[in-house]
Write a protein that binds this ligand. Structure first.
Ligand SMILES: *Cc1c(COP(=O)(O)O)cnc(C)c1O
Length: 369
């Protein structure tokens, strides 16, 4: 019996990918960074590799994990890779991101040929060559060990109502591409919002959240024609139910005091499982289809919730994020952060072709990632 488990329906992830691909007509780069937004990068990548063209991760470590689990499609590391690790990128055929000429020269001097994607900063101010650095970019072609196969950029406001800044970034991107004296096999700028709201594709899109079945924002949900299907649900378990008297304090710090006699349940999830402490007194979970608010502080491994008037008993299943965007807003965050926080103590169960994969979960092999 698992107290907490995350059910990941890969059939739905595949359905989302196919729907997005049918509309974009472009190549599809599956963004599986941060353990596929917490859902499990190895299991998901292995089960979608046949319908995607590329994978993107944030760290070299994440890319190596995929290679060591037999992923053979191209993998791009979107973030920094240190000079000492370039040989690994060469050995495991992992694409790197280039955004600095001096660093590019250092890489070139190593004498290991690597596939490179040129990052262009069109206004997100994170990584990338800027508009005034075209001369530097054009020097990259003399670096023989850098096999520059792609150019890309990243949107900063594609999920918002106002489209002006996205239009501006896209214009800068196209101007830079025109001025660069290199040929690219792949050109990509859109994240989920860029693809499903703005319909900007170039020849590849980099999709994360939408693939997992969530919309990056309410605006994107309203404006897109793509119907996404949520691919995951997080469940927990009722461990105890009791009546408490008016005036009883609940949890650390007694931040909740019962203002009437009530019935409360203890649930087996806490901040060590990724259920943020900021859900204290504001989060809402569902038991037998009914909303139950969190009473008092979230503990490391448990929470107490209000089940007054409900028929709840020990062992009942608890659904944690029924409306994940609403819950995220209560904790001043976004669904991305709630997903990536679900800790490795929570077991993942995968569904493929309507059936459970990896059904054997050995409670001895804890924290295996
Ligand atoms: C995370 C990330 C994406 C995916 O963003 P979504 O909003 O999840 O689609 C795409 N590109 C880059 C550079 C990223 O860092």
């Amino acid at each position: 019996m698992l107290e907490n488990y995350l059910v990941v329906n890969i059939d739905k992830i595949r359905e989302n990918i196919i729907n997005i691909k049918n509309e974009s007509g472009s190549l599809f780069c599956a963004v599986v960074k941060a353990n596929a937004y917490g859902l499990g990068s190895v299991e998901i990548s292995q089960n979608i590799e046949d319908i995607v063209d590329y994978f993107a991760v944030a760290r070299l470590q994440e890319a190596l994990k995929l290679r060591k689990n037999n992923i053979t499609k191209p993998i791009l590391v979107l973030g920094y890779v240190g000079i000492d690790d370039i040989k690994l990128c060469h050995d495991y055929n992992i694409d790197i991101t280039i955004y600095d000429l001096d660093f590019a020269k250092e890489i070139n001097n190593l004498d290991y040929k690597v596939n490179c994607h040129l990052a262009l900063d069109t206004g997100h101010s994170r990584l990338g060559f800027r508009e005034f650095e075209i001369d530097k970019i054009n020097k990259l072609k003399y670096l023989k060990n850098l096999n520059i196969i792609a150019a890309f950029s990243h949107f900063s406001t594609a999920d918002e109502e106002d489209t002006n800044y996205t239009d501006e970034q896209y214009k800068v991107f196209n101007q830079m591409l025109d001025a660069i004296d290199l040929n690219f096999d792949f050109v990509h700028i859109s994240n989920s919002a860029g693809a499903i709201k703005h319909h900007i594709y170039k020849n590849m899109i980099r999709v994360g959240l939408a693939m997992y079945g969530l919309y990056p924002s309410d605006v994107v949900k309203k404006d897109t024609t793509i119907k996404l299907s949520r691919s995951f649900n997080l469940y927990s378990t009722v461990s105890f139910v009791k009546k408490i008297k008016k005036g009883t304090g609940v949890s650390y710090g007694r931040t909740f005091i019962a203002d009437k006699d009530m019935e409360i349940a203890t649930v087996t999830i806490g901040y060590a499982d990724g259920y943020l402490r900021s859900f204290s007194n504001v989060g809402e979970v569902y038991i037998n289809g009914k909303p139950c608010r969190v009473l008092g502080r979230v503990c490391m491994d448990q929470i107490m919730v209000d089940v007054s008037g409900l028929d709840v008993k020990i062992g009942d299943r608890v659904e944690i994020y029924k409306d994940i965007d609403l819950e995220a807003s209560k904790a001043s965050t976004i669904s991305y952060e709630l997903m990536t926080n679900i800790s490795l103590r929570v077991n993942r169960i995968y569904i493929r072709n309507g059936k459970e994969l990896n059904t054997h979960i050995d409670l001895g092999e804890i924290y295996e990632s």
